[in-house]
Design a binder for this molecule. Sequence first.
Ligand code: AMP
Length: 456
Amino acid sequence: MCAIVGVFGVKKASTVAYYSLFSMQHRGQESTGISVANDDRISVYKKRGMVADVFSQETLDSMKGCCAVGHNRYSTAGSESTGDSQPVFAKYKLGEISVVHNGNLVNKQEVRDELIAKGAIFQTDMDTENIIHLIAKSQKDSLVDRIKDMLTRIEGAYCLAIQSRSKMFVIRDRFGIRPLSLGKFKDGGYIVASETCALDLVGAKFVRDVKPGEMLTFEEGKEPYSEQIFEPDYHPCAFEYIYFARPDSIIDGKNIYQARLEMGRRLAQETPAQVDLVLPVPDSGVAAAKGYAEGLGVPFEMGIVRNHYVGRTFIEPTQEIRDLKVKLKLSPIKHLIKGKRIAIIDDSLVRGTTSTQIVKMLLDAGAKEVHMRIAAPEIKYPCRYGIDTPTQAELISANFTVDEIADKIGATSLGFLSVEGLIESLGSERNYSLVSFDGNYFAGGNANSLGCAGGC
Ligand code: AMP
């Protein structure tokens, strides 16, 4: 998961990076960091916590320079280490570099074992540290050639921003699995960010998505230089559209809200329910629920209130805490629900924790029937490309039939969007990354290989 940003040729680059990370807080809440380069040095500030809590005006003012890279780290269960935050900074033969990464390298362990055998030492579990080591160990004379060398050794999903004192390099893997957009400021200067919502907040104009397999080099007084490093084999992640990205963002020309609305409409065609009312699981199910209600011609209501001061529930390490947190977070509006047949729409079903709680909550609030509808296909395989899904043993759809799951979560009925329906909602002209649904690990790795614990 995670978010990255790179800012180049802008006076207060640290402040621009800060607001960009603020707008992408949903992509990672464990830790955040920014590094800024000027002629003298690269300075790094990173800490556990949310963007607004970590950075003060004073800190940002002290980080002087026209180039900044930044990162929000997603909290993976059990990963409590402060050292695992980014940017990752190092001094090496050619000077100083700082790296931020969004994705997950599937050959992390193999490369790490090789480096360790040659005497390298590692401070963290992060695959980003592999990247730094590979650059430092390359025998090439320039940073750009060392980066290219490094790129031949890493596999999987990655969006990278790499900063030296005078340049910035931005790279997207050849599959384009994670999103990355380029924007331009009116008064000069550029920004690259995981989501376009960051560009909107800081007033940058969207230029285009960074192409799969492309490297962009930013240098003072020059336009960004584009180089196609790898033959593109575009497989954007479908889960960005389903759940992860913000509804106002645009990936590859497709607005996330519109995509979710369409998924809801398809869901209504594929698995209609005889109901009086359609409710979303807030916030991630809202757009799909609106589409579902439209498709059925049934009223849509925000019948569940979300308490925004509780963090996401998915990331807690034990089942007991997860259950309590769902109740803390969501609360039904009883007078809307009592005596009604309800369709409740969520964006995805992973372990089944949220839906079990919600079905019970609605029945307790007096619902006559609760029909659960999921605006995504069944998740049967762990993602290895940067979405934090649990092991196959924990994925409810990998272990039970739809009817069994309906029973387990206590729903009157249960329905999922088909893979074909998802593809049609997104536009069939692309090969999406559908690994969680079809187990096609096209970029390497497999259901049992390393997950995202060391990725970002
Ligand atoms: P679960 O309760 O385990 O079935 O998870 C499903 C809920 O978690 C849904 O409401 C989703 O919005 C949310 N969700 C799905 N995937 C993820 C993820 N990778 N990280 C955090 N939350 C997620």
